[in-house]
Design a protein around this ligand. Structure first.
Ligand code: PMP
Ligand code: GLU
Length: 384
């Protein structure tokens, strides 16, 4: 199993910083905002109210109710409590799903580029990742034809994120419907729709495969509070999906974690019950930073970008540099390039190889404008 490339780069940047280097970290997808005050207060209240015991494995009943209300309010999705499982981050939700659904040799479709952990989580559960290639020229979107071509009798699952980490791609309802029209012919394939960037969406419409009546019974929606509420370290994620899958996930995490942290669960109730308008200021800031970083990248030769419509990453194709020698270092691939930027510009990014696209690197703009400007200035100086 590979080490998570995002976390490995973040650790490396931290290590260099501890050695006294002035590293700007644009590797980790982690909002730089504080947790909203009202959420912090809910956590403090929970401590003072003596929440301390093991919680129900699949989450407090009132948290599951808050998740149900959120799904109804934001996604027009109806679930009962037995269809909801709260976990230690969306990452655990994904791991539960892989472990309960995949048998040895089952194929998992991953529209590429995909979030770094999908492939290793699948492999860990005995699955075989099958990438569906896309192109930056078509905004990294798969098509009904490319989906159909990737399906085999062994296909068990498809995992994708929209808005997408790392490409920022957002599928419209019509595009998802066209993909669903293929999937309805293969009723054994379970769709895992990772919607953790739901609110960080600049198109103003978020679509979910689960809202299609003919897909509802075989789609699991994964979401969490890490991105929208800046609660990455609080570790709360959740799923809504078919009851038989939720029951299996509940059983799985009952043997592995006993459920998520009780204080973070209480705080998540407050976060989910609040109006999404309370976090709009963060979304607005990300949108401005997207414009800023795209403008700055356009000034550097060899960075080809799509226009990300959500999340907080740009995923430029930097293959222009392959075969070139920069300050004595020959760049052969995206990993060399990302390392070159770390060593020569003191800027941490992540190689696209980890996301299934070896021509690209991922740059997170969940950073202050000041850091973005300084980082891009350094990158430019290191390359031209
Ligand atoms: N899915 C995607 C697409 C992500 O970017 C992340 C980032 N961590 C996760 C899942 C996992 O999130 P969590 O912090 O809730 O585990
Ligand atoms: N999802 C974030 C990222 O892609 C956090 C890192 C991780 O969980 O791997 O950078």
């Amino acid at each position: 199993m590979a080490t998570s490339a995002t976390l490995a780069m973040a650790a490396k940047a931290r290590e260099l910083r501890n050695e006294g280097k002035d590293i700007i970290g644009l590797s980790l997808g982690e909002p730089d905002f504080n947790v909203p005050e009202f959420v912090k207060e809910a956590a403090i209240r929970a401590v003072n109210e003596n929440y301390h015991s093991y919680t129900p494995v699949d989450g407090y009943a009132d948290l599951k109710q808050a998740v149900i209300t959120k799904f109804k309010r934001d996604n027009h999705l109806t679930y009962s409590p037995s269809q909801i499982v709260v976990s230690t981050g969306a990452k655990q939700s994904l791991a539960n799903l892989a472990m309960v659904l995949l048998n040895e040799g089952d194929e998992v479709l991953l529209p590429a580029p995909y979030w770094v952990s999908y492939s290793d989580i699948s492999k860990l559960a005995g699955g075989v990742p099958v990438e569906i290639p896309t192109s930056i020229d078509s905004d990294f979107k798969i098509t009904p034809e490319s989906l159909e071509a990737a399906i085999t009798p062994k296909t068990k699952m498809m995992i994708y994120s929209s808005p997408c980490n790392p490409s920022g791609t957002v599928y419209s309802k019509e595009e998802l419907r066209a993909l669903a029209d293929v999937l309805v012919n293969y009723p054994d394939i379970i769709v895992v729709s990772d919607e953790i960037y739901e609110h960080i969406n600049f198109t103003e419409t978020h679509a979910s495969m689960a809202t299609f009546e003919d897909m509802y019974d075989r789609t699991v929606v994964v979401n969490g509070v890490s991105k929208a509420y800046s609660m990455t370290g609080w570790r709360i994620g959740y799923i809504g999906g078919p009851e038989w899958i939720a029951r299996a996930c509940n059983k799985m995490q009952g043997q592995i974690t006993s459920g998520a942290n009780c204080i973070a669960q209480r705080a998540t109730i407050t976060a989910l019950e609040s109006s999404p308008s309370k976090i709009q200021f963060m979304v607005d800031a990300f949108k401005e930073r997207r414009t800023l970083i795209l403008d700055l990248l356009a000034e550097i030769p060899g960075f080809k970008t799509n226009i990300p419509q959500g999340a907080f990453y740009v995923f430029p194709d930097i293959s222009y540099y392959f075969g070139k020698t920069l300050s004595g270092t020959t760049i052969h691939n995206a990993s060399n390039f990302s390392l070159y930027l770390l060593e020569n510009a003191n800027v941490a990014t992540v190689t696209g190889e980890a996301f299934g696209d070896p021509n690209c690197i991922r740059i997170s703009y969940a950073a202050s404008e000041e850091n973005i400007v300084e980082a891009l200035k350094r990158i430019k100086e290191a390359l031209v």
